[in-house]
Design a protein around this ligand. Sequence first.
Ligand SMILES: [Fe+2]
Ligand SMILES: [Fe+2]
Length: 246
Amino acid sequence: MTPSPDVLGRPLRLAAIGDLHVGQDDVAPYRDVFEEISESADVLALCGDLTNFGRPDEARVLAEDLRACRIPIIGVLGNHDYECGHCEEITRLLHEAGMKVLNGEAFEIGGVGFAGAKGFVGGFGRNMLGAFGEDAIKAFVQASVEENLKLETSLRMLRNERIVVVLHYSPIAETLTGEPPEIFPFLGCSRMAETIDRFDGVKAVLHGHAHRGLPVGRTPRGAPVYNVARPVQLSHSGRPYAMIEI
Ligand SMILES: [Fe+2]
Ligand SMILES: [Fe+2]
């Protein structure tokens, strides 16, 4: 099932989609999309908010559709997948359906390394929230630091010349353009971009969460960043996922 680099002999074709927001009453919402992707891509990446409210019954609906996917699947959870406090069960259900859920781990497919974590909020550049003042603020910033450490740990595990980073929250502000500027600090954090830019070989950074953002941007060092939130992809390409050559 996993293609080796010798077999490929060409760039890896990566399909990516975030913010699927599967509901428990949906009927095979992504089966046709996953079958189509299986024909045209080597790997499918899912960038969080896989369910609407983080209910196991929603994950079961998605898991059934994932079984229609005939290529390797990797991905991360999003904030919606945490809503009901069942993220471990959701991870198990998706894992059993063939998805490799990254939460600070790394994975290799066809010679390409995949690093991933959900990420967190916190703002960008000089306006990033710092750990100062009340305990509540410090705990909030600590959550952001800890998610970033997971990302760093996963990147450190890889020695590949081609690396893909999978996130839910955005590491840059550029791909949020179109969202209200007031909520940018709740859509991602540049702490993650600083970490990504310390590593060589990052060919693509994927994120979702910003349903009204832009499809493409770059980290300060130049790594391409793709907002693969389903509504963004639909409005820019007419199909619900991005296709990227790595
Ligand atoms: Fe979402
Ligand atoms: Fe989200």
